[in-house]
Design a protein around this ligand. Structure first.
Ligand SMILES: Cc1ncc(C[n+]2csc(CCOP(=O)(O)OP(=O)(O)O)c2C)c(N)n1
Length: 525
C-alpha cells in the first residue's frame, strides 16, 4: 500500500468531505496515521500546547463559526487531558468531535501495560459526551465520522468521541467518504403555534428569554420581539442574539433578580433555546404567569420551568411560524424595556466593582464586530456579561455552565481561527490565565494579533470573597502573579503593564495592529 490509503485516510477524507479544514490537536506515537493525511486533504493542524487547550479552542471555534470543532489526541493521556474540554462542550451544547487513537484491537481491558493504556477510554468518554464509539474497522471509522456530522444537524448540538485503535488506523481502506443530508429539525405543531401566538398577541407584559439555541435566529427573534413589543433578555450563551443596543434588548441579564421578577410578572413569557439552568440563574428562578417554551430538544421543554405551551422545533422556523400567526398589532414595549434595562444595570452595578470600567475601556478599543473570550473570572461574569455590549450573537466565548478555569486563552485562539476576518480579544483574571498560559505561545506561532488583557487581583478573588462570606480566613487564594509582561515577551509575544483604564484602551488599540499577541497586565491589587 504505497499511498497509505488506510484507516487514517478513512477518517481524514471523511472529515474533509464534511468541510473540515482545521483541527486542533497534538500528535503522538499512536495517532500519526491521522496526521499523515491532513496536509494532503487541505486540513490545517493547529497544535495547542495541551489537549485541554485544543478542546477549548475547538469549542470556541464552533461557537463563533457555527461549524463543528475537531480535536485530535493520542491515546491515554492525550485523551484524558481533553476530557474537561469535552465536558465543557457538553454543558455548553457545542458541536465538537473528538478523535483519538486507542489500544490495538483485541487488547481491550486486558491491562497489559501497553503505552498509553487506560482501562476503558471510550467508556470513560461515553460518560461525558453525547456518545463515544470505539471502532473496529476502517469503514466503521469513516461511518462514525459521518454519523458525528449528521448528529450535529437537526438537534441540540453536543460533543461526541470516536476512538480508533492503532491497528485500525493502519488497516487498508478501499472505501470512499460518505456525507449524509442534514437531518431536518422537528417542526412545532401548528395549533400549538397559533395558541402561543394568540397568547403573545393579547399579552400586556410579554417578555422573551433567548438562550444558546436561538443564536442562529437573530433576524426572526428581533422581528418577533418588535411585533409583540416584548423586551428580550438572553442567557450568557445567547448574548447578542438581539443587538444589545436595540431598544428592546435588556442584555444577558437572566441572573439578575429584577429580570426574574419581570418574568414572574409577565403574562406571556416566551423562552427559546435554553434549559434555564441554575448556572445562568444563580440560585434564582424563572417563572411566568403563562409560559411558552420553544426548543429543538424535547427534554428542554419543561426543564426548570414548566411550559404552558410547548413548541418543539428549531428557533428560526418556530419564530417565523409564530410571527406569521400573529395578528397585526401596534408595536411598543420600548419604555418597559428601557425601565427594565435601567433596573438590570442598577442591580449589575452592585457587583461590578472595577469591572464595568475595565470592560468599557476594552470595548472602546474594539470594533463592533470583535469577539471576546472570557473565563470564570469576576471580570467576565460581573463585567463582560453586562458591560461588553454585542451587536450580534456568536461573539462571546465563555462557558457559564461547566465554568472551567483555563478556558479563555485557548478559546481566544479558537475564536481567532474560527473568525479570521474580525478581531478577537481575551479578557480574564490572573487565576484563569495561569491554567493555560502556555497557549500564548500558540498565538505567537499562529501570528494572531490578539490582545490578552489579564486583570490581576493577586489570586482567586471570587473564592476569597466566598471564604470571607463564610467567615473563613483567606486560604489557598492569595497567589503570586509572575511578571506577566516579561513572561509574554519571553514567549515571543508583546507585553505591557498598566493600572489605568485610559492606557488600557490605548494598549488594546495598538495590540490589534501589533505583530502577534499582546499580553496587557492590568493590575487591580
Ligand atoms: C478548573 C477549575 N478549578 C477551580 C475552579 C474554582 N474557581 C472558580 S473561580 C476561581 C478563581 C478564579 O480566579 P481569577 O481567574 O483570577 O478570577 P477572580 O476570581 O480573581 O476574579 C476558582 C479557583 C474552577 N472554576 N475551575
Amino acid at each position: 500500500m504505497t499511498d497509505h490509503r488506510n484507516g487514517g485516510a478513512a477518517v481524514v477524507e471523511t472529515l474533509a468531505a464534511h468541510g473540515v479544514d482545521t483541527i486542533f490537536g497534538i500528535p503522538g506515537t499512536h495517532n500519526l496515521e491521522l496526521y499523515r493525511h491532513f496536509g494532503g486533504h487541505g486540513v490545517r493542524a493547529i497544535t495547542p500546547r495541551h489537549e485541554q487547550g485544543a478542546g477549548y479552542a475547538a469549542e470556541a471555534y464552533a461557537r463563533v463559526s457555527g461549524r463543528p470543532g475537531v480535536v485530535v489526541t493520542t491515546s491515554g493521556p492525550g485523551l484524558t487531558n481533553a476530557m474537561t474540554a469535552a465536558a465543557t462542550a457538553y454543558a455548553e451544547s457545542q458541536p465538537v468531535l473528538l478523535l483519538s487513537s486507542g489500544m490495538p484491537t483485541g487488547t481491550e481491558g486486558r491491562d497489559l501495560g501497553q503505552l498509553h493504556e487506560a482501562k476503558n477510554a471510550s467508556g470513560a468518554m461515553d460518560q461525558l459526551v453525547s456518545w463515544s464509539r470505539r471502532v473496529h474497522t476502517a469503514d466503521e471509522a469513516a461511518s462514525a465520522v459521518t454519523d458525528a456530522f449528521s448528529g450535529f444537524t437537526g438537534r441540540r448540538p453536543r460533543p461526541v468521541h470516536i476512538e480508533i485503535p492503532v491497528d485500525v488506523l493502519e488497516q487498508a481502506w478501499a472505501g470512499g467518504p460518505r456525507v449524509e443530508a442534514a437531518v431536518a429539525p422537528p417542526t412545532a405543531d401548528r395549533d400549538a403555534v397559533r395558541r402561543a401566538a394568540d397568547l403573545l398577541a393579547s399579552a400586556e407584559s410579554p417578555l422573551i428569554i433567548a438562550g444558546g439555541g436561538a443564536v442562529d435566529a437573530q433576524a426572526e427573534l428581533t422581528a418577533l420581539a418588535e411585533a409583540v413589543g416584548a423586551p428580550v433578555a438572553t442567557t450568557v450563551n445567547g448574548k447578542g442574539t438581539v443587538d444589545e443596543a436595540h431598544p428592546l434588548s435588556v442584555g444577558a441579564s437572566i441572573r439578575l433578580r429584577v429580570l426574574q421578577k419581570a418574568a414572574a410578572d409577565s403574562d406571556a413569557l416566551l423562552v427559546i433555546g435554553t434549559e434555564l439552568g441554575d448556572s445562568d440563574l444563580w440560585e434564582g428562578h424563572i417563572r411566568g404567569r403563562a409560559v411558552i417554551r420553544c426548543d429543538i430538544d424535547p427534554a428542554q421543554l419543561d426543564k426548570n420551568c414548566p411550559a404552558d405551551h410547548a413548541l418543539l422545533g428549531d428557533a428560526a422556523t418556530t419564530l417565523t411560524a409564530l410571527l406569521a400567526a400573529l395578528p397585526a398589532k401596534p408595536a411598543g414595549g420600548e419604555q418597559r424595556a428601557a425601565d427594565l434595562r435601567t433596573a438590570c444595570r442598577d442591580e449589575a452595578a452592585v457587583d461590578a466593582g472595577p469591572y464595568a470600567e475595565i470592560n468599557a475601556a476594552v470595548r472602546a478599543a474594539l470594533p463592533p464586530d470583535a469577539a471576546l473570550a472570557g473565563d470564570s473570572s469576576q471580570v467576565t461574569y460581573f463585567g463582560s456579561v453586562h458591560y461588553f455590549d454585542l451587536p450580534a450573537p456568536r461573539r462571546f466565548c465563555y462557558c457559564p455552565g461547566f465554568a472551567t478555569l483555563g478556558y479563555g486563552l485557548p478559546a481566544g485562539l479558537g475564536a481567532a481561527i474560527g473568525r479570521p476576518d474580525a478581531p478577537v480579544a481575551v479578557l480574564l483574571g490572573d487565576g484563569a490565565l495561569m491554567f493555560s498560559v502556555q497557549e500564548l505561545t500558540t498565538l505567537v506561532e499562529q501570528g494572531l494579533s490578539v490582545p490578552v488583557i489579564v486583570v490581576d487581583s493577586g489570586g482567586y478573588r471570587e473564592i476569597q470573597d466566598q471564604e470571607a462570606a463564610r467567615g473563613i480566613p483567606p486560604i489557598g487564594v492569595q497567589l503570586r502573579t509572575p511578571d506577566l509582561a516579561a513572561l509574554a515577551i519571553a514567549m515571543g509575544a508583546n507585553g505591557a503593564r498598566t493600572t489605568s483604564t485610559a492606557d488600557l484602551t490605548e494598549l488594546v488599540g495598538s495590540a490589534l495592529d501589533a505583530d502577534g499577541p499582546t499580553l496587557i497586565h492590568f493590575d487591580i491589587r
